[in-house]
Write a protein that binds this ligand. Structure first.
Ligand code: HEC
Length: 196
């Protein structure tokens, strides 16, 4: 009997290990922070800072001296979903009213002659950011100028043509660095057609 019991104990332990193994693998990301070399993360960070990606991809808040600064809590999280966009003035886009309208928006919002465009969430949030993107999808987004490399075209003013001139190594470093920043849950709205 004793032997049967200990055999059962071993068996249930094995099942436990197997089940927790499955549970752990469910939470695994395409790549994890610990796999990245600190040198590559530094290169990625330097490129993101050098190209000022944050200027367009981070919403701003007013600092203590009244000046607008990138919000560190929403770093690279794109145009805030909950920000109210003022009514679009129904007038020629060179008019002073139109300019005033644009001046009141921050640099997570851009306008062409018929679209309002919102910058993307580049934090590793799985639902609303690039958390589930693979390295290839990221690199190809920049190389092809298309969402995930094959979907819709990236709109103005995302400088993908210029950025595409950097090496694969550098693009991968940017990807790895972005995967290590704080994930922010922010579903960026689709662009708005202004004049039909
Ligand atoms: C001048 C503003 C601007 C700058 C600078 C900028 N971006 Fe963007 N970026 C945008 C806008 C706006 C979009 C959304 C375009 C769209 O909706 O098609 C975007 C989209 C993207 C996308 C595609 C996201 C998706 O879901 O398809 C990636 C990736 C990206 N940017 C990476 C970067 C990186 C990395 C840098 C810096 C090296 C950078 N951007 C600098 C404005 C900018």
């Amino acid at each position: 009997m004793k032997n049967v019991c200990s055999a059962l104990t071993v068996f249930s332990l094995l099942i436990l290990v197997a089940v927790s193994g499955v549970a752990m693998s469910c939470h695994q990301k395409p790549a994890t922070e610990t796999e990245y070399s600190p040198e590559r993360l530094e290169i990625g960070q330097a490129i993101v800072e050098g190209w000022n990606c944050s200027f367009c991809h981070t919403p701003q808040i007013q600092g203590p001296d009244g000046k607008f600064i990138p919000d560190p809590k929403r770093f690279m999280s794109g145009h805030p979903a909950d920000e109210k966009i003022p009514a679009v003035p129904d007038m020629v886009i060179t008019s002073p009213e139109w300019m005033e309208f644009l001046d009141n928006l921050d640099s997570t919002v851009w306008a062409t002659d018929n679209l309002l465009i919102f910058s993307a969430n580049l934090t590793p949030d799985d639902e609303t950011g690039i958390g589930t993107w693979t390295e290839v999808e990221f690199v190809e987004t920049i190389r092809q100028g298309r969402h995930k490399g094959i979907e819709r075209r990236l709109k103005y003013p995302m400088p993908w043509q210029e950025l595409s001139e950097v090496s694969d190594e550098e693009l991968l470093s940017i990807y790895e660095y972005l995967m290590t920043i704080e994930p922010v849950d922010n579903k960026v709205p689709p662009s708005i057609v202004l004049f039909r």
